[in-house]
Design a protein. Structure first.
Length: 56
Protein backbone atom coordinates (compact mmCIF):
# COMPACT_ATOMS: atom_id res chain seq x y z
CA UNK A 1 0.00 0.00 0.00
CA UNK A 2 2.76 2.44 0.92
CA UNK A 3 4.52 1.76 -2.39
CA UNK A 4 1.48 2.91 -4.34
CA UNK A 5 1.26 6.11 -2.31
CA UNK A 6 4.93 6.90 -2.93
CA UNK A 7 4.47 6.28 -6.65
CA UNK A 8 1.51 8.65 -6.84
CA UNK A 9 3.43 11.24 -4.86
CA UNK A 10 6.23 11.05 -7.41
CA UNK A 11 3.78 11.44 -10.31
CA UNK A 12 2.32 14.58 -8.74
CA UNK A 13 5.80 15.95 -8.02
CA UNK A 14 6.89 15.35 -11.63
CA UNK A 15 3.69 16.96 -12.95
CA UNK A 16 4.22 20.09 -10.85
CA UNK A 17 7.90 20.25 -11.76
CA UNK A 18 7.04 20.09 -15.46
CA UNK A 19 4.47 22.87 -15.00
CA UNK A 20 7.02 25.15 -13.34
CA UNK A 21 9.70 24.37 -15.93
CA UNK A 22 7.21 25.04 -18.72
CA UNK A 23 6.16 28.38 -17.25
CA UNK A 24 9.80 29.40 -16.77
CA UNK A 25 10.52 28.50 -20.40
CA UNK A 26 7.45 30.49 -21.48
CA UNK A 27 8.72 33.54 -19.61
CA UNK A 28 12.14 33.22 -21.25
CA UNK A 29 10.50 33.17 -24.70
CA UNK A 30 8.36 36.18 -23.79
CA UNK A 31 11.50 38.07 -22.74
CA UNK A 32 12.97 37.53 -26.22
CA UNK A 33 9.91 39.36 -27.60
CA UNK A 34 10.59 42.29 -25.28
CA UNK A 35 7.84 41.50 -22.77
CA UNK A 36 8.88 42.39 -19.23
CA UNK A 37 7.63 42.79 -15.69
CA UNK A 38 3.93 42.34 -14.98
CA UNK A 39 3.22 41.46 -18.62
CA UNK A 40 5.08 38.13 -18.32
CA UNK A 41 3.00 34.98 -17.81
CA UNK A 42 2.41 34.55 -14.10
CA UNK A 43 3.11 31.21 -12.42
CA UNK A 44 0.16 31.15 -10.00
CA UNK A 45 -2.50 31.93 -12.57
CA UNK A 46 -1.30 29.20 -14.92
CA UNK A 47 -0.99 26.55 -12.21
CA UNK A 48 -4.38 27.41 -10.76
CA UNK A 49 -5.96 27.31 -14.21
CA UNK A 50 -4.72 23.76 -14.76
CA UNK A 51 -6.48 22.66 -11.58
CA UNK A 52 -9.72 24.33 -12.62
CA UNK A 53 -9.39 27.19 -10.15
CA UNK A 54 -8.54 30.50 -11.78
CA UNK A 55 -7.33 33.26 -9.47
CA UNK A 56 -5.31 36.37 -10.09
Amino acid sequence: MLGRHCGLSRVVENFCLEMVQGMKAQQEVEKTYGITGDDLTRFLVAVSASSGVVSA
